[in-house]
Design a protein around this ligand. Structure first.
Ligand SMILES: *[C@@H]1O[C@H](CO)[C@@H](O)[C@H](O)[C@H]1NC(C)=O
Ligand SMILES: *[C@@H]1O[C@H](CO)[C@@H](O)[C@H](O)[C@H]1NC(C)=O
Length: 368
């Protein structure tokens, strides 16, 4: 039983005859640019066709589990195509009978291809529908769409994260059991508190902080003022003049101090950050040196900005009004406590901590 899907809906000039000649098939596969696809050569495809169907385009074979395999590559009805006989996930949205249609060379199948192309393309469509619907209720932290588990009915589910619990509540109320972008109603539930607490461990990047600030204060409602941007690498060099630092150990270090200013709230929050870029002795050209300098500066500023935002709590009141609280030394309050129900936490931790984790966390179908 050979799995999956197609890229090829390639016209085969001949006949209603169910058998296709080896050379003819080779020609068709070649024209369909399958030679070398996913690392499989033309002879692999021919071999597959021979083993699966003995070049019989019309071959249908019943499996012990009640599913059927169709066509020259024996594509299974349980997963990939719909034969309207047995349960099918029909991941590829195709009628199995079409795979026997002698004007098609059948759908060429590779499980990886379906994972990567078929499912992904559908996932992307769903993603944009979900985003369009839910972003009307407030700023979204992330949207992720996943195909259902193989044992479940074919389809997708999505995890939508709002910055604000209040927005999430409103969205859930408004959307649950409604037909949002398909014929059947969608079930929308709120995430459990347990997960929300876990999520708290993932820090906000400076770009997310800025996104929030733009959303709640407006583009002109806040600003950052750089107080000092200083290169530290120079200083260290001078201090340790006797010690020759090997070139491969050298790095560019920047320190940044800035403040985030919210004029209408009469609020200022200072932040500091240090960033380091290692110098590679192989690319010591002046241009690459300049680029690394720029990068180090930018990172230091981003870190300082995150640091400044970390001390700010944006409070969205039920009326929609916004208050800001500056908490310089306090621990980030525990979101489990009830009274913080509608609070937004802007919490940014150190650069090292979030740069990696956040990337890992958002995967395939994520829309940031
Ligand atoms: C091709 O497969 C179909 C369906 O399984 C079968 O009826 C037909 O006899 C086969 N043709 C040849 C030439 O084996
Ligand atoms: C094969 O598929 C083509 C395109 O969908 C269709 O026009 C044609 O009628 C089909 N032929 C058979 C024998 O099913």
């Amino acid at each position: 039983m050979w799995v999956l899907l197609s890229l090829v809906t390639c016209l085969l000039a001949t006949s209603k005859a169910s058998l296709i000649g080896r050379c003819e098939l080779a020609k068709v596969l070649h024209q369909a640019e399958l030679d070398g696809l996913e690392g499989y050569s033309l002879s692999d495809w021919l071999c597959l066709a021979f083993v699966e169907s003995n070049f019989n385009i019309s071959k249908v074979n019943e499996n012990v589990d009640g599913s059927f395999d169709y066509g020259i590559f024996q594509i299974n009805s349980h997963y990939w195509c719909n034969d309207y006989k047995s349960h099918s996930e029909n991941l590829c949205h195709v009628d199995c009978q079409d795979l026997l249609n002698s004007t098609f060379v059948s759908y060429i199948c590779l499980s990886q291809l379906c994972e990567n192309d078929c499912v992904r393309i559908r996932g992307d469509e769903e993603l944009h529908s979900v985003f369009a619907v839910f972003s009307r209720f407030g700023l979204l932290y992330s949207v992720r769409v996943f195909p259902n588990a193989a044992v479940a009915r074919p389809g997708f589910y999505a995890v939508v994260k709002f910055y604000s619990a209040r927005d999430a509540h409103r969205a859930q109320k408004a959307c649950d059991q409604k037909q949002l972008f398909q014929n059947s109603p969608v079930k929308v539930c709120l995430g459990t508190r347990h997960k929300a607490v876990q999520h708290q461990a993932i820090a906000l990047s400076s770009s997310r902080c800025q996104e929030l600030a733009n959303h709640y204060f407006g583009f002109n409602g806040w600003s950052k003022r750089i107080i000092k941007l200083q290169e530290l690498s120079d200083l260290e060099g001078r201090e340790n003049e006797d010690i020759v630092v090997p070139l491969e150990k050298q790095s560019l270090k920047f320190f940044c101090a800035l403040e985030v200013v919210l004029p209408s709230y009469e609020c200022r929050s200072p932040g500091v950050g240090i960033a380091e870029e290692l110098l590679d002795k192989l690319e010591e050209g002046p241009l690459s040196f300049l680029m690394k300098r720029k990068t180090a500066q930018k990172l230091a500023i981003q870190k300082a900005l995150s640091d400044a935002f970390q001390k700010l709590s944006i409070v969205v009141l039920e009326s929609g009004k916004i208050a800001v609280e500056y908490r310089p030394n306090e621990e980030i309050p525990d979101t489990r406590s009830e009274e913080l129900h509608n609070l937004i936490q802007v919490s940014c931790f150190s650069w090292e901590q979030y740069s990696q984790e956040e990337e890992d966390y958002l995967s395939d179908f994520a829309l940031e």
